[in-house]
Design a protein. Structure first.
Length: 196
């Protein structure tokens, strides 16, 4: 899905103005991955903090680094990258996940099986809420690239809406409760789920 260029420009500007986010992008770029991004909650928090004019960034449970490498079969690879990032940029709650392997552990964690993902873009499109289906990467010549398969409207509209691609209604409701979105960002709107 295409998204409004004005939102993309605004998102890139917010990222460029954030010392912590730019440092994180530079750190991940040093891993030399072919297909990667920082996404999900890190991008959501970055943008919603900016839209709320917060002077300090919100605390993050983790900085999600997603990459896609179908040739890597070892679960230890993620941990290796995480350790490298902790050396490059210490004190950051890194969480590194090879999206090509998500189907191997998803059922054990979330209770239902999923099909293998075929690309980083497909992975980003499957994340829990449309506002978090966004990833940013940094090219060698310092250009920020945006992945936003569902657009940027929910992110900039500060709307929490379930992405049904992989997230059950129960999981969505649990996330809304645990994440405390409206306590952290008062202008956020939650779209409730209908059904069981």
């Amino acid at each position: 899905m295409s998204f409004l260029p004005a939102f993309e420009t605004r998102l890139i500007g917010i990222a460029q103005a954030s010392p912590w986010f730019m440092a994180a992008l530079v750190a991940v770029r040093q891993l030399g991955l072919n297909s990667w991004c920082i996404g999900a909650g890190a991008v959501r928090s970055l943008v919603w903090d900016a839209l709320h004019d917060f002077s300090r960034p919100s605390a993050l449970a983790d900085i999600d680094v997603a990459y896609f490498d179908a040739a890597t079969s070892s679960p230890r690879t993620d941990a290796t990258f995480q350790k490298q990032l902790a050396t490059i940029l210490p004190g950051v709650p890194w969480e590194v996940t090879n999206q090509a392997r998500v189907h191997e552990w998803f059922e054990g964690y979330f209770g239902h099986p999923v099909q293998p993902l075929l690309s980083l873009e497909e992975a980003v499109a499957s994340w829990p809420e449309y506002a978090t289906c966004v990833g940013l990467s940094l090219t060698p010549d310092n250009v920020i690239e945006v992945i936003a398969p569902h657009g940027l409207e929910d992110l900039f509209g500060m709307v929490v809406r379930r992405n049904p691609m992989r997230v059950s209604i129960d999981t969505y409701r649990d996330r809304v409760t645990k994440k405390r979105y409206t306590e952290r960002w008062p202008r956020v709107q939650i779209v409730p789920c209908q059904g069981a």
